[in-house]
Design a protein around this ligand. Structure first.
Ligand SMILES: NC(=O)c1ccc[n+]([C@@H]2O[C@H](COP(=O)([O-])OP(=O)(O)OC[C@H]3O[C@@H](n4cnc5c(N)ncnc54)[C@H](O)[C@@H]3O)[C@@H](O)[C@H]2O)c1
Length: 407
């Protein structure tokens, strides 16, 4: 029998639209095709015009300006939330209380404390909760994680990793919520940091410690927008400028529980690099280099068998051997190309599958909390110029959260 799952997207900006795309294409997965019918019920955005245009674009039946409309709607079973970071702590508990399964964008709130509170609330609800870590679903990242687990590069030793974007490189980019610490909780560290942290944790296991971190705001003031900003603008401005209170570029040295160490640089002012998430991972017998600019491939070097003549790394091209490639793109043939959109389709497929009882969500709110823990630790390491142990920070936050809730 076909199960009907009614879905809504809250927040129709850049990320919300990517979720809408995911729902629209979700039943390409054979576990869902013919078994789950996705009803595209509603798009909600305080900017009603944007909600309406997004609903029309992706085939959702209705558009609303307030989440109350979907809280009251029994046709909505599952909701994606893609709002400014300060909105999660208020909106998500209301959705859970109304019995809606929730997929939240990263970061899960503004702080690790908020993320923990949301994870605990979601756990108590018994509903499916998911965090949007689309990058780790890329087939190449899946392939790398598998190779590392199988020992293809021996013992992982150290890495350099990055997520570079240039959306804030232009000092005239409007002062949206992203530049205000009270609304965002952090800049590059929270906007793009959780993605690279989640990818690294998928490949290398849990982070143990942030050894040191450095955070910089290189554009201290930006033009105040005259109206709504979608994503990174552009938009008319008032002629005034306001202060930027979040980081533009952060570098953190991290150590994994396994002992692997490396550094992560996240930047939103990487002039000339629109969007590149990647890493170079060195092991005892090999190494791997990945850059999302070429999402379906990675460079693999193995030192065995030894070959002094044609030694060097080779390009591995991934394809339909991975679910996140095979069931997310229209022509799933090696070399055709998947990418950003495929990651959103794959994670929505997993979310709907978990709701339908077809499996579990690999990245739930606790995965989101763990990534926030690393980002919060980097913020604290930068502020105190000292190392921050993740287990100790976790214990501190859990104790504070229990003291607040009495639980
Ligand atoms: N996974 C990714 O690749 C990715 C990419 C971009 C953004 N994000 C995340 O998604 C979230 C949203 O980012 P964005 O770039 O889409 O932001 P955005 O500013 O483009 O869109 C946010 C939208 O939320 C609406 N909104 C604000 N408060 C609301 C409320 N209470 N009810 C209804 N609508 C409300 C605004 O009108 C706006 O249209 C952020 O947490 C961000 O970190 C993730």
């Amino acid at each position: 029998m076909t199960e009907r799952i009614g879905v809504a997207v809250v927040g129709a900006g850049m990320a919300g639209q990517a979720h809408a795309y995911g729902y629209r294409n979700a039943t390409m997965h054979p576990d869902l095709a013919g078994r789950v019918a996705v009803d595209l019920v509603a798009v909600v955005d305080a900017n009603k015009e944007l909600a309406e245009s997004t609903a029309a674009r992706y085939g959702f039946a209705t558009a609303h300006a307030d989440i109350q409309a979907i809280l009251d709607d029994p046709a909505v079973d599952a909701v994606s939330v893609a709002l400014p970071n300060n909105q999660y702590i208020g909106v998500i508990p209301r959705l859970l209380a109304a019995g809606k399964h929730v997929m939240a964008e990263k970061p899960l709130g503004r702080t690790a404390a908020e993320a923990l509170q949301l994870a605990r609330t979601a756990e108590k609800s018994g509903l499916v909760h998911a965090i949007s870590f689309s990058w780790r679903r890329l087939a190449a990242v899946e392939g790398i994680a598998k190779l590392v687990r199988e020992g293809a590069i021996g013992e992982p030793r150290h890495f350099s990793a990055w997520y570079l974007t240039d959306y804030a490189a232009n000092p005239e980019a409007p002062l949206s919520w992203r530049y205000d610490r009270a609304l965002a909780g952090g800049g590059a560290i929270l906007d793009i940091g959780p993605h690279i942290v989640s990818v690294l944790e998928h490949v290398l296991g849990r982070t143990g410690r942030v050894v040191a971190a450095d955070m910089r705001t290189v554009v201290p003031e930006r033009p105040v927008p005259a109206g709504a900003v979608v994503g990174h603008g552009p938009v008319a401005t008032t002629g005034e400028r306001g202060p930027v209170t979040t980081d533009d570029v952060t570098t953190a040295i991290t150590e994994f529980a396994s002992g692997v160490t490396g550094h992560i640089t996240v930047s939103r002012v990487a002039t000339g690099v629109p969007n590149s998430l990647g890493f170079h991972l060195i092991g005892s017998t090999g190494s791997i280099r990945f850059d999302s600019v070429h999402p379906d491939e990675f460079e693999l070097f193995t030192s065995s068998p030894p070959n002094g003549v044609t030694n060097g790394s080779r390009t591995v091209i991934v394809g339909p051997e991975y679910d996140s490639f095979a069931h997310t793109i229209p022509m799933p043939a090696r070399g055709v190309g998947s990418g950003y959109g495929a990651g959103f389709v794959a994670q929505v497929q997993e979310f709907l599958g978990a709701i339908a009882g077809n499996g579990t969500m690999q990245t739930d709110f606790f995965t989101g909390y763990r990534a926030m823990l690393v980002c919060s630790a980097a913020q604290r390491a930068a502020a105190t110029a000292s190392a921050v142990d993740l287990a100790a920070l976790d214990t501190e936050l859990r104790a504070a959260s229990s003291a607040l809730t009495g639980g």
